[in-house]
Design a protein around this ligand. Structure first.
Ligand code: S3P
Length: 170
């Protein structure tokens, strides 16, 4: 099979990066790399535990190292952590090596999904207004993705179809 650029999913926490990453990798018969899961496996700690015990900057360093490493693979689907694309080195390399898809959802959908579990350390520290501001600020960076996929009120199969058709055609 001819190698194509990797397919990378970016977006806020709870935007569906892991779910769609898995589905797309099966459809494309690609390897699937979920950066958060890899970090948890390599450290043998949950993300929240890493933040608690080692701090955010330790996590961000690890996130950069692991993400850059997996961006070197070929024929892969990679789901970045929600903060990954904010890192300059990760963003530059992602844009260079991959086709990037931003899974975009409304503020209210994201806030309600994020509030449903309190495992995410970044969100745990914020009230809804601060979370909303974070989403707005980050969206300006997520907008540098090759494709913005509006997921609001779309079925999983429609979203998958849309991403695959953009990935295959452009
Ligand atoms: C983060 C998002 C999380 C995880 C970490 C930090 C963020 O990933 O990497 O808690 O800064 O948005 P998900 O987007 O998979 O929840």
């Amino acid at each position: 099979m001819k190698s194509k650029k990797n397919l990378v999913l970016i977006g806020m926490m709870a935007s569906g990066k892991s779910t769609f990453g898995r589905i797309l990798s099966i459809k494309l018969n690609y390897e699937f790399y979920d950066v958060d899961k890899i970090i948890e496996k390599e450290t043998n700690m949950k993300i929240s535990e890493i933040f608690d015990k080692k701090g955010e900057s330790y996590f961000r360093t690890l996130e950069e190292e692991i993400t850059l490493k997996f961006l070197n693979t070929k024929n892969s689907v990679i789901s970045l952590g929600g903060g990954g694309f904010l890192n300059n080195a990760i963003r530059k390399k992602t844009i260079l090596t991959s086709k990037t898809f931003w899974l975009n959802n409304s503020l209210s959908t994201l806030i309600s999904r994020i509030n449903k579990n309190n495992k995410r350390p970044i969100a745990k520290a914020l009230n809804n207004k601060e979370l909303k501001n974070l989403i707005i600020e980050r969206s300006k960076v997520y907008d540098k993705a090759d494709f913005k996929i509006d997921c609001e009120n779309q079925s999983k199969s429609n979203i998958t179809r849309k991403i695959l058709s953009l990935y295959e055609s452009k």
